[in-house]
Design a protein around this ligand. Structure first.
Ligand SMILES: C[S@@+](CC[C@H](N)C(=O)[O-])C[C@H]1O[C@@H](n2cnc3c(N)ncnc32)[C@H](O)[C@@H]1O
Length: 207
C-alpha cells in the first residue's frame, strides 16, 4: 500500500492545517528555535511546503536540509525558497526506509511527523546526523478523546488515520536519553481542550 501522504495535494494540506490552526503554531515554533539556537545547519523532517523556512537567516544558517516523503511538497518548497536560501538542499525520502545523506546538523526540527513513522528507528537516524552539541526539537500531539488528524472538509487527509499513532512521550524520552542526549526544555501548548502540542528540546551531551 502506498503511503497516504503521497496522495495529499499541497493545497489540501495547506488549507487543512490553516483551518485547524496548526500552521501558525508550527511556524512560530520554527522561528523560536532558529532564534534561540542560531544554527549554522538546520534540518527539518516533514517540511511539507516549507512552513517556517521564511525565518531562516542565510547569514546565520548556511545549510538547510528539508526532507519529505511527498515529491509535490518538496517541489513546492523548492519553488518558494530555492532563491531565498542559497544553502537549501531538499530530500525526497522516506525516513523509515532511507538513510540521511548529511551529517553535523546543529538543529533538527521534527514537528508532527513521529505520529506517522516508527519513532525509534527514525530518531536513531536523526540523532546520528547531529553534530557536537546538536539540538533536537520535537513536537508531538497529546489528544484527549479526539483523533490525531482533526476532521475538516479535506477528505484526502482522512486516510492518514490508518497510519497515525499517538507517540508515547515517556518511551521516546527514554530512548532519546539513552542516545547520549539530555532534555533541556519541555512545554505544553494547549490548542483546544482536547488537543495539545508537547514541545521537547534535547541536546547532545558533552563528552
Ligand atoms: C503533519 S506534517 C508536518 C508539519 C509541517 N511541517 C507543517 O508545518 O505544517 C507531516 C509531514 O511529514 C511527512 N512525512 C510523513 N511520513 C514521512 C516519512 N516516512 N518520511 C519523510 N516524511 C514523511 C509528510 O509528507 C508531511 O509533509
Amino acid at each position: 500500500m502506498d503511503n497516504p501522504w503521497l496522495k495529499i495535494s499541497c493545497s489540501d494540506y495547506e488549507s487543512h492545517m490553516r483551518d485547524v490552526g496548526q500552521t501558525e503554531v508550527l511556524n512560530k515554533l520554527t522561528k523560536y528555535c532558529l532564534d534561540k539556537y542560531k544554527p549554522a545547519s538546520f534540518a527539518i523532517l516533514g517540511c511539507t511546503t516549507g512552513n517556517g523556512l521564511e525565518h531562516i537567516n542565510p547569514k546565520i544558517t548556511s545549510r538547510v536540509y528539508a526532507i519529505d516523503i511527498n515529491p509535490e511538497f518538496i517541489e513546492k518548497t523548492r519553488e518558494k525558497f530555492a532563491n531565498k536560501i542559497n544553502g537549501l538542499k531538499t530530500y525526497n525520502l522516506d525516513i523509515g526506509k532511507d538513510e540521511l545523506q548529511f551529517k553535523n546538523v546543529d538543529l533538527f526540527f521534527i514537528g508532527l511527523v513521529l505520529e506517522y513513522v516508527e519513532p525509534h528507528k527514525s530518531l536513531k537516524k536523526i540523532i546520528h546526523s547531529l553534530g557536537r552539541k546538536g539540538v533536537l526539537m520535537i513536537i508531538i500531539q497529546e489528544n484527549i478523546q479526539t483523533t490525531i488528524v482533526t476532521k475538516t472538509k479535506y477528505k484526502s487527509l482522512e486516510k492518514l488515520e490508518g497510519i497515525s499513532n499517538e507517540v508515547n512521550e515517556i518511551e521516546i524520552n527514554e530512548f532519546i536519553l539513552s542516545e547520549n542526549m539530555k532534555l533541556i526544555h519541555r512545554r505544553k501548548i494547549e490548542l483546544t481542550k482536547n488537543k495539545s502540542f508537547i514541545v521537547l528540546e534535547y541536546q547532545i551531551k558533552e563528552k
